[in-house]
Ligand binder design. Structure first.
Ligand SMILES: Nc1ncnc2c1ncn2[C@@H]1O[C@H](COP(=O)(O)OP(=O)(O)OP(=O)(O)O)[C@@H](O)[C@H]1O
Length: 234
């Protein structure tokens, strides 16, 4: 098994705005994510969590410092290279972002096709398999409007995982869920993630996720101010 870090960040800084409005959002971030690890990123509102997640997710250009993702340096990477790298990642956001006019199965297939460019029949099989894993085998043909909040978020989990990502990035994936649905989603992420050797980085305030994380990183005012290794405690 390849044991090279999935993400290695050195002396990363990031700014928003220009001229007098220019404001630094991240300061001297240094970080490694090892293969298969499950890391939670916490911190107050405005501390830079989403900025860091979107830089790692190739959704922003790296301005200063080094960010190596899956062996490739993102500082100086072209737009096309960032798009190619994004195909190797899975994303889950607080709002599930499902297409309302597509069924659960079709929504998950979007993940397979967009992320892997796989053939239609294989994408269908993969979508059905994933929906089974998240406990929605009987809901493949349902539209999102006919699913509960927890079920919709489980469809979003299936969609993020169907492309077999090397790295899963999630921004408050359980924030909109009730207690039971949130626990289900966390269990799923841990179980499927560890079965596949996937690396996971989540922004969260949810103690149910923090209890299960291998590692908790705390950001404050754009700096990493805390790092708790919880391996073996979860
Ligand atoms: N597109 C943007 N333009 C200008 N400033 C931004 C932009 N995005 C974020 N910022 C600023 O960068 C800082 C970090 O924001 P970020 O969204 O990363 O924080 P966060 O920790 O994710 O917050 P929250 O928990 O509220 O989502 C904040 O001061 C924010 O105002």
């Amino acid at each position: 098994m390849d044991t090279a870090p999935i993400v290695t960040i050195r002396a990363l800084n990031h700014w928003f705005g220009d001229g007098a409005a220019r404001k630094q959002a991240l300061f001297d971030i240094n970080l490694r994510l090892e293969p298969g690890s499950f890391t939670a990123l916490v911190g107050p509102s405005g501390s830079g969590k989403t900025t860091l997640l979107t830089l790692i997710g190739c959704l922003r250009m790296v301005q200063d410092g080094s960010l190596r993702l899956l062996g490739q340096e993102l500082h100086g990477a072209s737009g096309a290279q960032l798009v190619a790298m994004r195909r190797r990642l899975g994303f889950i956001f607080q709002a599930h972002n499902l297409h309302e006019s597509l069924t659960a199965g079709q929504n998950v297939m979007m993940g397979a096709q967009v992320d892997g460019g796989v053939r239609h029949d294989r994408a269908t099989l993969a979508a059905h398999h994933l929906l089974g894993l998240v406990g929605l085998a009987g809901r493949v043909d349902y539209l999102p409007a006919n699913l509960s909040g927890g079920q919709k978020q489980r469809v979003a989990v299936a969609r993020a995982l169907v492309g077999n990502p090397d790295l899963l990035l999630a921004d408050e994936p359980t924030a909109a869920l009730d207690r039971n649905s949130a626990s289900d989603v966390v269990d799923l992420l841990r179980r499927i993630g560890s079965a596949r050797g996937m690396t996971t980085l989540l922004v969260t305030h949810d103690t149910r996720i923090l209890d299960r994380a291998d590692r908790i990183l705390t950001l404050e005012d754009g700096r990493i101010v805390g790092e708790e290794d919880r391996q073996g405690k979860g």
